[in-house]
Design a protein around this ligand. Structure first.
Ligand code: AR6
Length: 175
């Protein structure tokens, strides 16, 4: 990707018309609450079936990594399930794991020649990662990974809560 093609929107990621939406998943890949629940709910059972097949093959997804499945009934044809860290106070490698989750998702999208990807604010909900700390890590990690992802033309950060939306809007202002 050349230049800057990062944008922020306020809303529900399940409605995004992009090549892939990213899920804030867990190691087990069998669904949960938050955006994970919303994605499985809107996308239907084929996403869970694909997650089960991945589990059978590789036994889940380690923290900081990502896997890709169908988007099922979603407008997006693919879902990239990225696993962010649980926040334990910041001394347990959480920053690096969060950056790795974003980079892994971009890498997977590039391997599938995808052009447009939408991210939720991974780990900043149930997993408790501080939002203000996460936004800088997320943007830096995505920029870094995009340097090696020529197919990707646009990355959208989809913020569900007002605080994240304000943070991303401020950081990306001018792009
Ligand atoms: N669209 C976009 N963002 C959303 C949506 C939505 N429809 N719904 C929630 N968010 P969380 P985590 C935002 O808790 O912290 C699950 O149980 C939300 O406001 O979904 O990574 C998984 O299975 C927050 O900013 O994910 C894991 O067990 C962001 O999504 C665990 O939660 C992430 O919040 C992962 O926790």
């Amino acid at each position: 990707m050349t230049g800057e093609h990062l944008q922020v929107v306020h809303g529900d990621i399940t409605r995004m018309e992009v090549d892939a939406i990213v899920n804030a998943a867990n190691n087990g890949l069998l669904g949960g609450g938050g955006v994970d629940g919303a994605i499985h709910g809107a996308g239907g059972p084929s996403i869970m079936a694909a997650c089960r097949a991945i589990r059978d093959k590789q036994g889940g997804c380690p923290t900081g990594e990502a896997v890709i499945t169908t988007g099922g009934l979603l407008p997006a044809p693919y879902v990239i399930h990225a696993v962010g860290p649980v926040w334990h106070g910041g001394a347990q490698n959480e920053d690096a794991q969060l950056a790795s989750a974003y980079r892994s998702a971009i890498r997977l999208a590039a391997e599938h020649n995808l052009r447009t990807v939408a991210f939720p604010n991974i780990s900043t909900g149930i997993y408790g990662f501080p939002r203000e700390r996460a936004v800088d890590i997320a943007i830096a990690a995505v920029r870094e990974a995009l340097a090696k992802a020529p197919s990707i033309e646009q990355v959208t950060f989809v913020c569900f809560d007002d605080e994240n939306f304000r943070l991303y809007r401020d950081r990306l202002r001018g792009n």
